[in-house]
Design a protein around this ligand. Sequence first.
Ligand code: MRU
Length: 350
Amino acid sequence: MITTLEWTPEGVLFIDQTRLPMEEVYVTCRTYQEVAVAIRDMIVRGAPAIGVAAAMGVALGVRDSSAKDVPSLRADLEQISKVIGATRPTAVNLFWAIRRMQETFESLAAKSIDQIKAAMVAEARQMHVEDIAANKAMGRHGATLMPASGGVLTHCNAGALATCGYGTALGVIRAAIEAGKNIHVYADETRPFLQGARLTTWELTKDGIPTTLIADNMAGTMMRLGKIQAVVVGADRIASNGDVANKIGTYSVAVLAKEHAIPFYVAAPWSTVDMSMKSGDEIPIEERARQEITHHGGKQMAPDAVLVENPAFDVTPAKYVTAIITERGIAKTPYGEAMKALESAETVKA
Ligand code: MRU
């Protein structure tokens, strides 16, 4: 099993995803500021992993605070939350996790400082356990939607590396294979950060899952040639109307899938759903450095004078989404009603 992130007494341990697939290196972040940098610099990435990393960062900061009373510890928690909350804007799991840690703190405010610190660490570790349980549940629901045999296209990395283990979209694929389905994965390379080429192919081939890497601009041709029977991707934030923010390029894949009458599935935990957002238009989209576009493998590929846009995510309107797979069940159009029904549904117990 791949260790994406883990709580240790010394701090939060991460596999350094910027160095995969050529080097398997682990780093320990010993302060909450180091955790914030790991999230910002994408040592850890993927919405659910970012969420649990944030929770562990908050727990680390609170545990190591020198505050002598609860009001001072609360002030420290606010500062820690501010620093971690400023790292990446799109994946709502980050804010969901910080809020959950703040709520945990408030529920403990009558306890001693030592009890609060221990309970905050326990809560962050519990979120790690719950994330894997949610992925397994998503896998069970989603496996039923996968073809008995054929090609499944995925974009970016929504696997074990993007979560605490097993994965969301790749969890659905893993569960389908465990159920005896004969699936061949097509992985988009996912320019510009190459999460597909570097991470998805790494974890799938490690598991012996047949995987073909394609450049992003080949997806349409693969579909036209009949090689793709379904698409499954993850999400960074899902609005209450079913619009989905995910890695840049997802929207193009969804439009192509519709044109070829191929089902397009999104797999995400309920912590990725933002019921406060009416539509995807409200979702903040992270803009990243121009060098990610102008350079490739450390080499400049475009002139200095050129203007660059580098939105890290796009929004796929709900009309292109065949189903949203969560640990609570599957939502289909009309999404407004389906998402409300899931909101009141029982959550998965870890
Ligand atoms: O920029 P990244 O690598 O954090 O983006 C990740 C994605 O877009 C994933 O598809 C999404 O977070 C879902 S991960 C289960």
